[in-house]
Ligand binder design. Structure first.
Ligand code: HQG
Length: 180
């Protein structure tokens, strides 16, 4: 089916736009953008896509993971990078509570060290429980933390909202955490 195929291509695009552009010989600029035409050229042997299909993949992606520039000449991932890029996000005021879904086996370590960004550029937080549960279940038996963002704001921590609605921050020390 088209949809399964698009998901498969989207997974690969995530890999190159967030983590490993070099595996298909492309580069990202300092803001994470890459040239759309070059990306299509490099993906063509593996997936046979053209601009029309790429536009469909971007528009139909279930998490809206990518954005084009206004003229479609550039494309980037909206969040989730491990390579260092500046998404030029401005600090924003989050809802009073945000959630972080993780696996039960990480809970003890998180209570000790807080939520850390691990391989990514930011810690990812969800605005609703359902999303947090989905994110957490990717890692195993799910556990959801609730984050007191008001208290974090009072202490000067900053939050950013990605283009696709994921809340981002540098770290969440354990004093701001409770079990959902
Ligand atoms: C855990 C997906 C032990 C953390 C999702 C998480 C998201 C700790 C894992 C996005 C820890 C890192 C990001 C500590 C954090 N001790 N474990 N001190 N601190 N962890 O995948 O948030 O489908 O890098 O809880 O929807 O799961 O790819 O982060 O379990 O938005 O678009 O370390 O990726 O989006 O895992 O997911 P990840 P995440 P996509």
């Amino acid at each position: 089916r088209n949809k399964d195929n698009y998901n498969r291509i989207s997974k690969f695009i995530s890999l190159v736009l967030r983590h490993s552009p070099e595996i298909i010989g492309i580069t990202l600029d300092k803001n994470g953008w890459t040239d759309t035409e070059t990306l299509i050229k490099k993906l063509y042997p593996k997936f046979g896509i053209d601009l029309g299909i790429l536009k469909e993949i971007v528009a139909s992606d279930n998490k809206q993971r990518y954005s084009f520039s206004a003229d479609f000449t550039k494309i980037r991932a909206n969040q989730g990078h491990s390579v260092s890029v500046d998404l030029e996000l401005l600090p924003q005021k989050p809802p009073a509570i945000l959630y972080h879904g993780t696996a039960q086996r990480f809970v003890q370590s998180i209570y000790q060290k807080g939520i850390q960004k691990q391989n990514r550029q930011y810690v990812h937080l969800s605005k609703d429980l359902e999303t947090a549960q989905k994110v957490g279940s990717r890692h195993g038996e799910v556990f959801v933390f609730q984050i007191d963002t008001c208290k974090m704001l009072n202490e000067g921590y900053l939050f950013y909202l990605s283009e696709n609605g994921v809340w981002l921050t540098d770290e969440v020390p354990s004093r701001f955490l409770s079990s959902y």
